[in-house]
Ligand binder design. Structure first.
Ligand code: EPZ
Length: 429
């Protein structure tokens, strides 16, 4: 297995102008794999997670599990995990700092030990990302929670089933609730939950482990059990990686085939791609062909919303695409308060984008030119790679460790489609 080192001095060199052609396989979903990996802590039995992508975030989640005492190993696309003997109930800051989803260890540790100590995930470049809903839920379920020195301390003599209404839709908040309450005897009701495909994939796993879970509208009913069993599960394809490659085909005027895709997870993204002039043809049970109908990318307006609305994780990628549309587009980011950092970098490539509060007004230009640009967060860096594919000349994209968190071998996959992209390391002279 290729060992990917992710040093901060790595960068991508992209020569623009190649139309993408050929087929590429979409990897398993990062945001489904992470909560499912933490679900393995709820049982001492063996668990198999199939098609878990080999990403920095997944490797960080596994190193946290090892730190806690679980055993895990990877054979190709499959992860084998067994959390039989846990030796710690503490998730330290140096791990949480690298991966905020470590907060999903809170429920399983509380269930296994009756107490948990989890470092507060700080904000990140896209926003403050508070965890008030997570904490409110745990208190309602009977945990005594205190926050000091940047850590969340939880103790629970007896966890109880609850009825809980989320004040807002939160993906990992819903996942934390599912992980905790699946192990709590009795009937719990959650309202105003997130219904992203990754949440539903976690529900599938918890059902296999023995929890009874029903979902309707934005309501979840859980009948938990303290005797959750091991499982084997193939994670869903990564809809954001798939969407990113769809945009790559449109922005370069290419014609590609994506394997291992669940189109039903991409309704709002496909709708917008078609408005921009894209054609998405289903050519098999999980294969689609994506190409651009005519010479132009058409403008459109985008509002990011919770699923099934347009995903915030596709906003940066569409910003790059619409920078080259033959008209004006408006993109409003409703989920995170600071997710326009790619705008400054795209502007250095010649894009014409003005930000008014939560809305970016994108005035399409004929062409953009290659430049040296810096990644600021996972999806912004994906947007910059897409811009580099079509920019005139050479684009250097730095700080690509952000990309390694969420895209498995994106340069290899893009090269397979004919892109000119290379991963290089800056050597200190
Ligand atoms: C998940 O983050 C994803 N991460 C994110 O993907 C994704 O962008 C986000 O959902 C929205 O879809 C994983 O699944 C690991 P939220 P999460 O809680 O759960 C506010 C990527 O690129 N909020 O749904 O942290 C929050 O500040 C990453 O793969 C509270 O105010 O997002 C945000 O504005 C980036 N209080 C909004 O809700 C809370 O207690 C949605 O956040 C929780 C959230």
């Amino acid at each position: 297995m290729m060992n990917i080192t992710s040093s901060s001095s790595d960068f991508y060199l992209v020569e623009g102008g190649k139309r993408l052609k050929g087929s590429v396989r979409v990897s398993g979903s990062k945001n489904a794999s992470l909560p499912i990996i933490f679900a393995t802590l709820l049982t001492s039995e063996s668990c198999t997670v199939q098609e878990a992508p080999n990403l920095l975030d997944v490797r960080n989640a596994l190193s946290l599990l090892e730190y806690l005492g679980a055993e895990s190993y990877r054979v190709g696309e499959n992860l084998y995990i067994k959390a039989e003997r846990l030796k710690s109930h503490e998730t330290p800051h140096h791990i949480v700092r690298k991966m905020r989803a470590s907060i999903l260890s809170m429920g399983p540790l509380l269930v296994r030990f009756g107490e948990a100590v989890v470092a507060m995930p700080g904000g990140c470049s896209i926003g403050l990302r508070p965890v008030d809903q997570h904490i409110k839920l745990f208190e309602r379920a009977g945990a005594r929670v205190s926050i000091k020195h940047g850590y969340i301390y939880l103790k629970a003599d007896k966890l109880k089933p609850i009825e809980f209404d989320f004040d807002l839709v939160t993906v990992t908040g819903t996942e934390n609730a599912l992980l905790l309450l699946s192990a709590v005897e009795g009937r719990s009701i959650l309202r105003n939950v997130a219904i992203e495909p990754e949440v539903l994939d976690l529900i599938e796993v918890l059902r296999k482990m023995g929890a009874e879970i029903e979902l309707w509208d934005r309501t979840i009913e859980i009948r938990g059990t303290p005797n959750l069993t091991g499982f084997s599960h193939r994670v869903i394809p990564d809809r954001i990686e798939a969407g990113t490659f769809m945009v790559a085909s449109l922005i370069t005027g290419g014609d590609i085939v994506l394997e291992n895709i669940r189109l039903e997870h991409l309704g709002s993204v496909c709708g917008k791609l078609e408005e921009c002039g894209g054609v998405i043809e289903k050519i098999g049970s999980n294969r689609v062909r994506v190409y651009r109908k005519g010479a132009y990318i058409h403008p459109t307006n985008i509002q990011t919303q919770e699923y099934p609305g347009f995903p915030t994780d596709m906003q940066a990628q569409f910003m790059s695409l619409l920078s080259l549309a033959n008209g004006v587009s408006e993109i409003t980011e409703n989920i995170f308060e600071n997710r326009f950092q790619h705008v400054a970098e795209l502007s250095r490539m010649g894009a014409d984008i003005k930000i008014h509060g939560r809305t970016a007004v994108v005035r399409g230009v004929e062409k953009i030119s290659g430049a040296e640009v810096f990644s600021t967060d996972l999806r912004a860096s994906a947007g910059l790679v897409l811009a580099g594919l079509v920019a005139e000349g050479r684009t250097t994209i730095r700080d690509i460790y952000h990309l390694d968190r969420g895209y498995e071998f994106i340069d290899k996959k893009l090269r397979k489609l004919g892109a000119s992209i290379e991963r290089l390391t800056e050597h200190e002279d």
